[in-house]
Design a protein around this ligand. Structure first.
Ligand code: KIV
Length: 273
């Protein structure tokens, strides 16, 4: 059975919990393989824009596109906790828009939604929670802020910036988020935010002291066409295996080695005459 948001909320390492594991998933096969590995939750991230759709940033994906991927993931892993990213501009205009957009993702099969930002998102978080939708926060290097940040840059590098991140995290916790992603900050900031909260933190490039870790499916498996960030550990080189397998198929076709007898349907006797 999948973990519920209230169960995840209690998973603090300092209270003896095992670190949480989250991996992104965007389609049925990916979700099936990741769920079979026993991760705690699957994230249908707006990183789909980068790793599946080949875009340079996450600003161009829509609620309907995320919903399309949530449906595929939910078809594969109905028992896994599925978090869906609210894409850029789906929670920036009004509380009613935010709730309606989140409802599209929940109806597509998500169990919670994730949004980026700190104290500036508190009203939207409260509106979602009033509508009974569990919310995960995301602070630090928030990719939807790429234009405002002037690039994908490590955040929280000054004392003031680090203190602001801790304050943002506390505001989000107070508003009711059940879990918080911290991305692209020095390890010390990941630790300080984690220590300041009662809810679990999930790090990505935030050092070893968060309550869990998340990686992007394509980065972890060596399927990513883009240069990967310093914090990525590659556990396989599936991209090279795909190229090798398809090259062997092409060679077999070109040398008439495919299909073999065992890969063809026998001719019915009636057709032999
Ligand atoms: O979209 C995504 O993959 C994410 C993770 C990097 C946390 O938000």
């Amino acid at each position: 059975m999948s973990l519920t948001a209230p169960q995840i909320r209690k998973r603090k390492r300092r209270h003896g919990s095992e670190p949480l594991v989250m991996v992104t998933a965007y389609d049925e096969p990916g979700a099936r393989y990741v769920a079979a590995a026993g991760v705690d939750f699957l994230l249908v991230g707006d990183s789909v824009a980068n790793v599946v759709l080949g875009q340079a940033d996450t600003l161009h994906v829509t609620v309907d596109e995320i919903a399309h991927h949530v449906r595929a993931v939910a078809a594969a892993a109905p028992d896994a906790h599925i978090v869906a990213d609210l894409p850029w501009m789906s929670y920036h205009v009004s509380e009613s828009d935010t709730v309606r957009n989140a409802a599209v993702l929940i109806r597509a099969g998500a169990h919670s939604v994730k949004l980026e930002g700190g104290a500036n998102r508190v009203a939207m978080v409260r509106a979602l929670i009033n509508a009974e939708i569990p919310v995960m926060g995301h602070i630090g290097l928030t990719p939807q802020s790429v234009l405002a940040m002037g690039g994908f840059k490590v955040q929280g590098k000054t004392k003031a910036a680090a203190e602001l991140l801790v304050a943002d995290a506390q505001s989000l916790q107070e508003a009711g988020v059940f879990c918080l992603v911290i991305e692209g900050v020095p390890s010390d900031v990941g630790r300080r935010v984690t220590e300041a909260l009662e809810i679990p933190t999930i790090g990505i490039g935030a050092g070893p002291d968060t309550d869990g870790q998340v990686l992007v499916f394509h980065d972890l498996l060596g399927l990513s066409g883009r240069p990967v960030a310093k914090f990525v550990r590659r556990y396989a080189d599936i991209g090279a295996q795909i190229t090798d397998a398809v090259s062997r198929f092409a060679a077999d076709v070109r040398s008439s080695n495919f299909p073999a007898e065992a890969e063809t349907y026998p001719t019915p006797s009636e057709l032999l005459d």
